[in-house]
Design a protein around this ligand. Structure first.
Ligand SMILES: *Cc1c(COP(=O)(O)O)cnc(C)c1O
Length: 458
């Protein structure tokens, strides 16, 4: 099997159950010729889609792409027959309560028994809402985030006309607290963005230090866990990382992407505010008192208007099947992803032809080849990347600032600003059991004359 199909038979079995809920006059089905046309076009679609990388396969470890769980895909599809819109309560009459339930489950994962929040089209939109509230709370103050924070924070700040400043990152990929404190003394900072798993390296900002500084400088904290947020559940983080995740309860807002680590189809982000009072900023015509009731309509606490109710349905079904609780099966998947990353890292460390950048904090491994200088190394990394693809191993490239390379006597001479690295996102449940296969293909790629040639310069 490559593409799972049994859920289609299940859908066919379950669809009449959905239909049974509507006692209405029957509709005429599409005509025979419509079906023939449909088949023809679907055939064309299938052929076009073959042009994708095999995102669903464990040999794909390039970008942060994790296939949706079959239950998410099937529940999403089931909802497609109705296409609810969770913007308004009457547009998503049954799927809105499902969204609230799912979002409350995510909030509880972070220790929040009450919260204000909802699903969004993705992490960018969720962060936009969080920074929009940040700007409402402190209209004249700055937003700051690590230089390794997702690039959209700077872009979003521009859109919202908020002042944004980058804080330096240390060679270990974490926000440089000394640089943050210098900044706090220089400019009024309203909100600090803490990234709980950077997109490039998977590093986690030092939330504990931020909370300490918060005592003195009184800023808000927004945690961007679009990629890493679910790692609060993995039982096998290193002690320091686990401590940072354990403090998430104390931040003002959190973003997490169920479409990254939550096994959902794209179009599923989530923003959460600890204080339900944040609803006041969303107020348009309704009096504020309206929001203090428990019955907040999702459309009135969201900047986006129409949103797929199907996203909420997919998430709800997945959380029924795999509850996001410590020690559960879902938590075990995350723990396995990290194990896979640690295993790959250990193998790279034991082979002196590689330079590893840092041990994986979550499930991303970044490394490059040894070579005489950073330009040559970058060239070999780029050819390795292409040759790996020829061996059906799909990685990504990452540009790491050479200024942050750890000093090493046998390291390359620095003659470029960035060094091109190879990057593996081991986000799939199968990656752990596929490590030997991935490694075998890495070795095979290593044996290619083009890669060997660059290594002989060492
Ligand atoms: C992916 C990501 C985002 C952006 O989210 P989208 O869902 O791609 O819009 C923001 N922040 C971090 C840390 C991310 O990894």
């Amino acid at each position: 099997m490559l593409l799972e199909q049994r859920t289609l038979a299940l859908l066919q079995k379950i669809l009449p159950e959905l239909e049974a809920g509507f006692d209405l006059p029957a509709l005429a089905p599409p005509s025979e010729s419509d079906y023939r046309k449909l088949e023809e076009i679907l055939g064309e679609v299938a052929v076009s889609l073959r042009g994708n990388y095999p995102y669903f396969h464990p040999l794909y470890a390039g970008q942060m792409q994790k296939p949706p769980h079959p239950v998410a895909r099937a529940a999403y599809m089931l909802a497609m027959w109705l296409n609810p819109n969770n913007h308004a309560f009457d547009g998503g009459k049954a799927s809105s309560p499902m969204e609230k339930e799912a979002v409350a489950g995510i909030a509880r994962m972070f220790g929040w028994e009450t919260h204000l929040g909802h699903l969004t089209g993705g992490g960018t939109m969720a962060n936009l809402e969080a920074l929009w509230v940040a700007g409402k709370e402190h209209p004249d103050k700055w937003i700051v985030g690590s230089e390794l924070a997702h690039y959209t924070h700077e872009r979003i700040s521009e859109v919202l006309k908020l002042k944004f400043k980058k804080i330096k990152a240390l060679p270990n990929g974490k926000m440089d607290i000394a640089d943050l404190e210098r900044t706090l003394m220089e400019i009024p900072v309203g909100t600090v963005v803490a990234t709980m798993g950077t997109t490039g390296l998977g590093t986690v900002d030092p939330l504990k230090d931020l909370l300490d500084l918060q005592q003195k400088y009184g800023f808000r904290i927004h945690a961007d866990g679009a990629y890493g947020g679910y790692y609060i559940l993995a039982g096998n983080l290193n002690g320091d990382t686990a401590e940072q995740f354990g403090l998430l309860e104390q931040v003002d807002s959190i973003v997490i992407d169920p479409h990254k680590h939550g096994l959902q189809p794209y179009g599923c982000g989530c923003v959460l505010f600890r204080d339900r009072e944040a609803a006041k900023w969303y107020l348009h015509d309704s009096p504020y008192t309206y929001y203090s009731s428990d019955e907040i309509h999702l459309g009135e606490i969201s900047l986006e208007c129409s949103r797929a109710g199907a996203s909420a349905v997919g998430l709800w079904a997945t959380m029924r099947m795999l509850p996001p609780v410590p020690g559960g099966e879902f938590a075990g998947i995350l723990a396995d992803c990290r194990k896979a990353a640690l295993e790959l890292y250990a193998r790279l460390r034991s082979d002196d032809r590689w330079i590893t950048i840092m041990p994986p904090e979550l499930d991303i491994v970044v490394w490059t080849l040894k070579g005489p200088d950073t330009r040559t190394v970058s060239e070999s990394a780029r050819s390795f990347f292409k040759l790996a693809e020829a061996n059906q191993l799909y990685l990504s490239l990452f540009q790491y600032p050479t200024s942050k390379l750890p000093p090493s006597p046998d390291g390359p001479i620095v003659n470029t600003e960035y060094i091109t690295c190879l990057r593996a996102c081991l986000m799939k449940p199968e990656h752990l059991s596929w490590i030997d296969e991935l490694w075998e293909r890495i070795m095979r790629t290593m044996d290619h004359p083009d890669v060997k040639k660059s290594l002989t310069h060492v």
